[in-house]
Design a protein around this ligand. Structure first.
Ligand SMILES: Cc1cc2nc3c(=O)[nH]c(=O)nc-3n(C[C@H](O)[C@H](O)[C@H](O)COP(=O)(O)OP(=O)(O)OC[C@H]3O[C@@H](n4cnc5c(N)ncnc54)[C@H](O)[C@@H]3O)c2cc1C
Length: 393
């Protein structure tokens, strides 16, 4: 479908993931999703395929593949169920941040475990009163004789309960102006599925419209003790947390864009099949021009979203500044997912509203993509700011 040329290696991996999705994910995802059940066996297959280590260098036990290949893998997984890349995303962002900003000890300690999925990771920035406005977070990490005492409340932490490390953004100096200069990231270690002293994780987590099967939790820190070695980047990382977390969010954005492509594609695929089965007024509904117009728009959106996403991933992978491209890809691809989900519902008529068909799931999963990893309003601001920067007169 795509005009983009893939390498043989990319083609093989994407084909293997596509086969897994067609065989093991699509037939079962809706059932698990309706039960809000963690997809244990699907995740085990993903671990076996090495997907948790996709972008981690081979020297740390990963596959050492580029961000563009990662994006293509995410497209395939999302075609089956967006929860699967959601489970992968925390580990992917954590690995990216540790690789780019961590100390040598942190790289040695965590990257092999993330690659093998011995531990999974979560990424925690949002608080009950602050999501987009990251600089107004209130969680603090205060220096003590033995390290840091962390206090505050986090919200919407995907994988918060099952993760073995939490990438946590705090304020180590709440008095700085601008506030980002006083922000520091920590790699909080914990046993998965337990609450260490000073940290409460209310389970079963927050109730959601979609994105089920993976927990989204609060984290309540009450005088939680963290050694200084847990600071992302060591002593040099003090005051750099905002910058480190923004770089994590930027690659996460490519993941979310790719999820949008997957949903847009899944909605199109289901519709293409359905219009050739369902009849109305003596012919297959795919022969009604009004339906054809919807199919044409859906396919165009899906393909444009895919091209923007892979372009953004390639640019980011090359080390170039990619906020404009990642912002455009995230914005366009996730809106495409939402529009295609609604069109798939229209095309499926009453069955589109039934839990027996998949469009209802796409319709519930797509809106999160427009909110997470920076809302689409924020993406438009990023795009516009960058354009004005590039075209200064
Ligand atoms: C299921 C789920 C999982 C999540 N997982 C995680 C996670 O793992 N880790 C994590 O840290 N967070 C996570 N989040 C949080 C998510 O990133 C935030 O919800 C998101 O950043 C938006 O923040 P907010 O909800 O506080 O909305 P707000 O920031 O309050 O925004 C509300 C509205 O105002 C708009 N708005 C805000 N500021 C501006 C502006 N300057 N200009 C124009 N419009 C603006 C927004 O676009 C939005 O429409 C998750 C959220 C959900 C729902």
């Amino acid at each position: 479908m795509s005009a983009l040329a893939l390498t043989i290696e990319q083609e093989e991996i994407v084909a293997a993931v596509a086969e897994f999705v067609d065989r093991d994910v699509i037939p079962h995802a809706s059932e698990l999703e309706h039960r809000d059940e963690f997809p244990t066996s699907m995740v085990e297959t993903m671990i076996g395929m090495g997907l948790f280590g996709t972008t981690i260098p081979e020297e740390y036990g990963g596959l050492g593949l580029g961000l563009d290949t990662y994006a293509l893998i995410i497209v395939e997984l999302s075609r089956g169920w967006t929860t699967l890349p959601g489970i992968l995303n925390g580990s992917f962002i954590a690995a990216w941040m540790i690789r780019n900003h961590g100390t040598d000890e942190q790289k040695e300690r965590f990257l092999p475990k993330l690659a093998s999925c011995e531990i999974r990771a979560s990424f925690s920035m949002t608080e009950p009163h602050a999501g987009s406005d990251v600089q107004s977070i209130r969680a603090t990490a205060e220096r003590t004789a033995d390290g840091y005492a962390i206090n505050g409340q986090k919200m919407w932490v995907t994988n918060g309960w099952r993760s073995g490390i939490i990438m946590l953004l705090t304020k180590t100096d709440p008095t700085t102006d601008p506030p980002h200069k006083g922000m520091t990231g920590f790699i909080i270690e914990k046993e998965p599925e337990t609450e260490p002293p000073g940290l409460t994780i209310p389970m079963p987590g927050l109730k959601k419209l979609g994105y089920k099967g993976v927990e989204s939790t609060e984290l309540v820190f009450d005088n939680f003790q963290a050694p200084a070695e847990w600071i992302l980047g060591g002593e040099a990382g003090i005051g750099s947390g905002f910058q480190y977390f923004m770089s994590g969010i930027e690659v996460g954005r490519v993941n979310v864009a790719a999820r949008g492509v997957g949903v847009a594609k899944a909605a199109l695929d289901d519709s293409l099949r359905y219009v050739q089965e369902r009849e109305a007024f003596g012919k297959k509904i795919g022969h009604h021009q009004a339906v054809q117009l919807m199919l044409a728009k859906m396919a165009t959106r899906a393909e444009a979203a895919r091209l923007l996403t892979v372009q953004a991933a390639q640019r980011k992978a090359s080390g170039e500044r990619a906020d404009l491209e990642a912002g455009m890809a995230k914005y366009f691809a996730t809106e495409a997912a939402q529009e295609n989900a609604l069109d798939a519902m229209r095309i499926h008529g009453g069955y589109g509203y039934s839990l027996e068909y998949r469009p209802e799931r796409y319709y519930r999963d797509a809106p999160l993509l427009m909110i997470g990893e920076g809302s689409n309003e924020i993406q438009q601001l990023i795009i516009a700011r960058r354009l004005l920067e590039q075209h200064r007169i």
